[in-house]
Design a protein around this ligand. Structure first.
Ligand code: UT7
Length: 325
């Protein structure tokens, strides 16, 4: 590919994969002091999927990737770049993306992980889009895959009820800059001053343990609404659009009350918002591609639609992507 042409990325396939095991709120209320009523009212979550012992972030990612590749109508051998967004890698190293590459039988190109917790998918999408724009990839696989069940303190009711496991993936294809279907823009941010509001209290350079997720839920809630909204306004301004131009809003799925507050702030109609938090809970980097998969599968999204993605996660990290489907 010559560097003199201008390339853009087009989404040609989406896929998802969830572990079989469903854990309901009622089941959790048998092990921690909580209730279906509290969880539903405060978060919108009704159930979540939990990986069994044989499942890993890479095994879930491989299944989601296979589904996305099949839906794209290409061969896995076409893929020349794999970016995996995850905060729950199989091992400290190598990158879990290389296990997915191997699991898909791909020998060419390159694969790496990106870590921006719940914003990971929009970070990975921008990186893949940049690689395509520079002519460095023809077919890029962008995956969000997580096994948050492995980093939850199952005795802490304030966090263990909120998360689930799963994986989602998209295939991007290099296309001409004049193509109608393309990723229009990405806006990413971080502010490390808030790193202690949402973190895992372990890791290779600080302890001997993997650690558990710790969170100031109220603080994260407030910043999530503010930061997700500001990155959306920036996406609209950059593209000379207003909120009325958005056909579908596919946000990170953390809490239905966060989605309601963002919707109110940016003035988007509720029936344009794809919601999966009720069934999946918060699957971190997997939540946006899983929600996209549901939307595509339910025929919500069709060619030419303007699709807005936005997320916020630990770090803090946040950002948005705007796509013409
Ligand atoms: O993707 C980014 C990652 N995370 C998030 O986006 C999460 C953002 N935050 C949230 O979603 C909400 O802040 C939570 C769902 C975590 C908490 O909701 P809240 O309305 O902010 O509740 P709270 O933390 O103020 O807790 C209210 C009460 C407390 O009891 P007291 O102190 O008022 O007696 C908690 O101890 O609810 C209690 N509580 C629970 N009760 C039953 C906390 N967790 C539970 C629970 N079941 N699971």
């Amino acid at each position: 590919m010559s560097g003199e042409k201008f390339y853009r990325s087009k989404v040609i396939g989406v896929g998802g994969y969830l572990p079989d095991k469903v854990v309901t709120n009622d089941e959790l209320s048998k092990t921690v002091e909580t209730s279906d009523e509290w969880i539903k009212e405060r978060t919108g979550i009704q159930e979540r999927r939990i990986a069994d012992e044989s499942e890993t972030t890479s095994s879930l990612g491989i299944q989601a990737a296979k589904n996305a590749i099949k839906n794209a109508g290409i061969s896995s051998q076409d893929i020349d770049l794999i970016i995996l967004a995850t905060a729950t890698p199989d091992n400290t190293f190598p990158a879990t993306a290389t296990s997915i590459q191997s699991g898909l039988g791909i020998k060419k190109g390159y694969a790496y992980d990106v870590q921006a917790v719940c914003s990971g998918f929009v970070y990975a999408l921008e990186l893949a889009d940049n690689a395509i724009r520079l002519g460095k990839s023809n077919y890029a696989l962008v995956i969000g895959s997580e096994t948050f069940s492995r980093i939850l303190d199952w005795n802490d009711r304030s966090t263990c009820v909120l998360f689930g496991d799963g994986s989602g993936a998209v295939v991007l294809k290099s296309t001409d800059y004049s193509s109608s279907s393309q990723i229009l823009s990405n806006h990413l941010y971080s502010d490390g001053d808030y790193k202690d509001m949402l973190y895992v209290d372990g890791g290779p350079s600080t302890s001997n343990n993997v650690g558990f997720l710790r969170m100031d839920g109220g603080g994260v809630f407030k910043h999530a609404v503010k930061n997700i909204s500001s990155s959306i306004i920036e996406a609209l301004d950059t593209n000379d659009m207003t909120i009325e131009d958005i056909d579908w809003f596919v946000p990170h799925q953390a809490n239905s009350r966060i989605l309601d507050a963002v919707a109110k702030k940016i003035g988007i109609e509720k029936d344009k918002i794809i919601v999966t938090v009720d069934k999946h809970a918060n699957t971190s980097a997997a939540s946006i591609p899983l929600a996209l998969n549901e939307a595509v599968y339910n025929n919500n999204i069709s060619k030419g639609d303007i699709v807005l993605l936005a997320a916020m996660g630990g770090g803090f990290t946040w950002g948005s992507s705007l796509i013409r489907w």
